[in-house]
Design a binder for this molecule. Sequence first.
Ligand code: SAM
Length: 275
Amino acid sequence: MDVHFGEVDWENIDDSHDPEQYIEYLDSVSDTQWAKEAKEYSYRALRPNEGDRILDLGCGIGVDVDGLAEYVGETGTVVGADKSESMVEEARKRYGDRENTRFVTDDGIELSFSRDEFDRSRTSRVLQHVSRPKVAIQELKRVTRSGGLIWAVEPDWEMYLLDAPNSEIGSDIMEPQFVPVQHPSIGRKLYRLFSESGFDDIETNAHTVTIADAEKATLSFRLKPRLKAMIETGLISQDEAEQWLMEIKQASENEQFLAAGTAFTVVARVPHRTD
Ligand SMILES: C[S@@+](CC[C@H](N)C(=O)[O-])C[C@H]1O[C@@H](n2cnc3c(N)ncnc32)[C@H](O)[C@@H]1O
């Protein structure tokens, strides 16, 4: 079996020789029942009104821009901004013909939008990849009007675990050092980052997802890039990694596999500006 473990750099997708693998990952995650429910919940948490202008920073393939478009109606606009041209192109291909959506290439740490341009902003699973997440939060605050709401979700990769029979790899692989993100424990820090950035009415919550299907967990929990990192540090061989993937597939067929992970959300209000 020839397993391609892939390369992962979410802040620079356009430098990849294979942007498709990122699209495939986003599709696999948004296709889960958990994600669909979480997405609906996230739209309501923003309390959108008809006519609102909403920004989705790091919109990826545009699923949430499309979801929110229903809430703002014909008089509102939902803008999806993403650093990656490939993502923006894909989002336009899928949802670009909606009158009330727009997709643009932009960098979260230096947004090209004006102050107060939006009534609401959101960002989902992006800050973990951004070199300076606090700057991105301040940028969201700048472009959202006083009294407007900002919603964010980030996983905490130190709160991911799995159970499979007889496997040392199974415990080592969940070590945060093997996760291909810049800030693996940002989930738990989200509340503090918003507090330090001067928001009002900050509410926070945590959600745990469980996955008993090994193939789904392999994609959603980034098990292949983790295995690749373990191979590169000399902990395991390619053969052992491939063997383990077959073992967990078999284990899940026998209902002996479980993976779980926790993500944190924050919703916060932009205070009245004094300047
Ligand atoms: C894991 S995906 C999340 C996509 C989508 N928000 C979702 O929840 O399905 C991370 C996205 O953030 C984008 N991204 C990474 N760094 C960024 C930055 N500095 N500014 C804007 N987007 C960025 C990536 O291009 C990618 O589309």
